[in-house]
Ligand binder design. Structure first.
Ligand code: 5AD
Ligand code: SF4
Length: 471
């Protein structure tokens, strides 16, 4: 067994050396990078790490892909739609490469963890310079170096890894709110989902590494952290230490300077009483639970390998609401999973009405090669899938609007995030329940907690008036 820490340290030293060499090479050259990110927050945060490395190597960010010397596409494989979009984008890049022969094009992320995809790209788009996956983004400097010095496509994909890589440079998109990985990978194998194949088995970061990162963020002035994992509730299961996700929350709640702690995503089968009590008792942990239900039909939940029933799900919601008044609950729902009948779909509608989610991310089932559901009989007709999606969205919109409307006239605590993009006289802020509130206020309030009175509401965004600045 290789010593994973040693492997990590040696590898990182090597990468740091290469970063210095490339930085030296790039000195005074005024080179630019652009990253296009697809998919989930995990990918968004991976892109922040790639950006961190690129900046260390002397590249500057550009919005304009025509200007880029390094162009990365950090891809998503969760649904076919995202894959088609990426392929379409890549097919257009040949022209850029003709204009700037030194341009380095790299593809990374979940799509690249699929062998057939890599083969297809190499065949169709030989002008792509680097292809790498989710387990070795730390190796990007070396791959870039090799690509600069070679004419062929550099491909480096690891099937899985036991290593957790710490201390990569990170260029964060925001200076108030930060993503913090706590666990990588997924062991659940929901039958529709490609993630366990592209992100590998669960690997928790050590609590001390997470605490150190959050302390550093607090020192830099960050106010809010969002803990990331495909299933944050299994945090610690793979560690020798006496730690659970709830215990981690207690430790992070003590860090001075951080005002708000959020997390995503939770799996209903792993929600513990300990977690609900932690959410109830810890002042910084926000009253928002993103709890994907996927379907309201027990038959479909079983075929999805979700390991809970609708009854169990409803019990968790009751318990959460009994302990955490005004908690916002959001969810993910898939329609048109193989074998989903009208009756099954009606159970999903019924569950949505019973729970009354604050918001739901709704998806049409997308067949993913390599997953169990892809080979299931009774795949649902596309037209029916679309009709069901529309019905579900209509119901959820109605509920979201009604739920938000209840806040009208109430005073809520917000964290002020930025100047509003739509109206420069207004500020954009967020409630603890993650809803957006716009209100008239001075730019100085950015980064502050304030109380605002809600004056008007839509499904997810609201208008308000400043009552008082808290701190
Ligand atoms: N088809 C449709 N939606 C999917 N999701 C995951 N895999 C698929 C798929 N094959 C959805 C789930 C998950 C969210 C991130 O994406 O609802 O919670
Ligand atoms: Fe995919 Fe299920 Fe894991 Fe979520 S819990 S990443 S849906 S396999």
């Amino acid at each position: 067994m290789p010593n994973s820490i040693l492997v990590t340290e040696n590898e990182l030293k090597k990468q740091e050396k290469i970063m210095k060499e490339i930085a030296e090479l790039n000195k005074n050259k005024n080179l630019f990078y652009h990253i296009e990110t697809y998919g989930c927050q995990m990918n968004v945060h991976d892109s922040e790490k790639l950006a961190g490395m690129l900046e260390k190597m002397g590249y500057k960010y550009t919005e304009n892909i025509e200007e880029a010397d390094v162009l990365l596409f950090n891809t998503c494989a969760v649904r076919e739609h995202a894959e088609i979009r990426v392929m379409g984008r890549v097919s257009q890049l040949k022209e850029l490469k003709t204009k700037n022969p030194n341009l380095i094009i790299g593809l990374s992320g979940c799509m690249m963890q699929q062998k057939t995809m890599v083969e297809a790209i190499r065949e169709k788009y030989p002008f792509v310079d680097i292809i790498f996956g989710t387990h070795n983004i730390y190796k990007f400097p070396q791959l870039l170096w090799e690509a600069i010095n070679s004419q062929t496509t550099i491909v480096d994909i690891l099937e899985d890894t036991k290593n957790v890589i710490e201390n990569l440079p990170i260029k964060r998109d925001n200076n108030l709110k930060a993503w913090v990985n706590i666990i990588y990978g997924c062991n659940n194998f929901c039958t529709y989902c490609i993630v366990p194949y592209t992100r590998g088995r669960e690997k928790s970061r050590k609590p001390q590494d997470i605490i150190d990162e959050v302390k550093e963020l607090a020192q830099k002035g960050y106010k809010e952290i969002t803990l990331l994992g495909q299933n944050v509730n299994s945090y610690g299961n793979d560690l020798d230490e006496d730690i659970t996700f709830a215990k981690l929350l207690y430790k992070l709640n003590d860090i001075e300077g951080i005002e708000r702690i959020r997390f995503m995503t939770s799996h209903p089968k792993d929600i513990s009483d300990e977690l609900i009590y932690a959410m109830r008792d810890l002042d910084k942990v926000c009253e928002h639970l993103h709890l994907p239900v996927q379907s309201g039909s027990n038959k479909i939940l079983q075929r999805m390998n979700r390991k809970y029933t609708r009854e169990h799900y409803l019990e968790i919601i009751d318990k959460a609401r009994a302990n955490i008044p005004d908690i916002a609950i959001t969810t993910d729902i898939i329609v048109g999973f193989p074998g989903e009948t009208e009756e099954d779909f009606n159970e999903t509608l019924d569950l949505a009405e019973k729970v009354r989610f604050d918001a739901a991310y709704t998806f049409i089932y997308s067949k993913r090669v390599g997953t169990i559901a892809a080979n299931m009989p009774d795949q649902v007709d596309e037209k029916i899938k679309h009709e069901r999606l529309e019905k579900l969205i209509e119901l959820q919109n109605k509920i979201s609007i009604e739920k938000s409307a209840k806040l009208k006239g109430k005073t809520v605590e917000v964290l002020v995030e930025s100047i509003s993009k739509r109206d420069k006289n207004k500020l954009t802020s967020r409630t603890r329940t993650n809803k957006v509130v716009h209100f008239v206020g001075d730019e100085d309030l950015i980064g502050k907690l304030a109380n605002v009175k809600i004056t008007d509401t839509k499904a997810w965004t609201m208008q308000g008036e400043l009552v008082e600045v808290i701190r």
